[in-house]
Design a protein around this ligand. Structure first.
Ligand SMILES: [Mg+2]
Length: 190
């Protein structure tokens, strides 16, 4: 199955941004939590799988959302080069469930400064609200790392492409990818 680049949009955290790695770095530096590794994150909601104070999780997530931790948020391996190639042919749309747009929009603008096309970034504030935004943009497929959101998209006739991570390794019927090379292979070349 192939997907049209013009009708495909992307989640940000866990797809373009290596947000979980930033979480682990902030938790280690600010709270001395050194016992958690990436593969321990087997649930999207970290307090469901980690022995960690929910208040600490909230503080760390707020530092991520405001992008004021002083530790750089890095892109997922291969994302920038792939998006530069995809973005040379078509405008790019990113839809995040984050509650705050500005910090992540600035990060995307800086990270993807080599993309010649128009880039739109929308922050919905909720996972469920992604559907309406995607439909308004005529999007029919979406790269996402939260499995529950993939089911919701699918119920609303948007084909999810699951970006595989330790926190979404549960049974599902969706197309999945392990890296950006696999995303590019799925997108039809014009
Ligand atoms: Mg995500």
């Amino acid at each position: 199955m192939k997907f049209h680049p013009q009708k495909t949009a992307f989640d940000v955290d866990g797809v373009v941004a290596d947000t979980m790695s930033l979480f682990l770095k902030i938790a280690a530096r600010d709270f001395g939590i050194n016992s958690i590794s990436y593969s321990d994150i087997t649930e999207y909601y970290l307090e469901d799988c980690l022995d960690i104070d929910p208040d600490v999780v909230e503080v760390v997530i707020n530092r991520i959302i405001e992008n004021n931790s002083g530790i750089e948020l890095l892109p997922i391996e291969g994302a920038v080069d792939a998006l530069c190639r995809i973005g040379s042919r078509t405008p790019l749309l990113f839809v995040t469930a984050r509650p705050r747009l500005d910090p992540i929009k600035r990060w995307i603008s800086k990270t993807l400064s080599g993309v010649p096309s128009r880039i739109d970034v929308i922050a919905t504030g909720s996972f469920e609200a992604k559907v309406d935004v995607l439909k308004a943009y005529g999007v029919t497929s979406f790269v996402e790392d939260r499995l529950e959101t993939c089911f919701h998209l699918n119920e609303n006739n948007i084909t999810p492409i699951l970006f595989s991570h330790p926190w979404n390794r549960k049974p599902h019927p969706f197309q999945s990818v392990r890296n950006w090379a696999e995303i590019e292979e799925l997108l039809l070349v014009e």
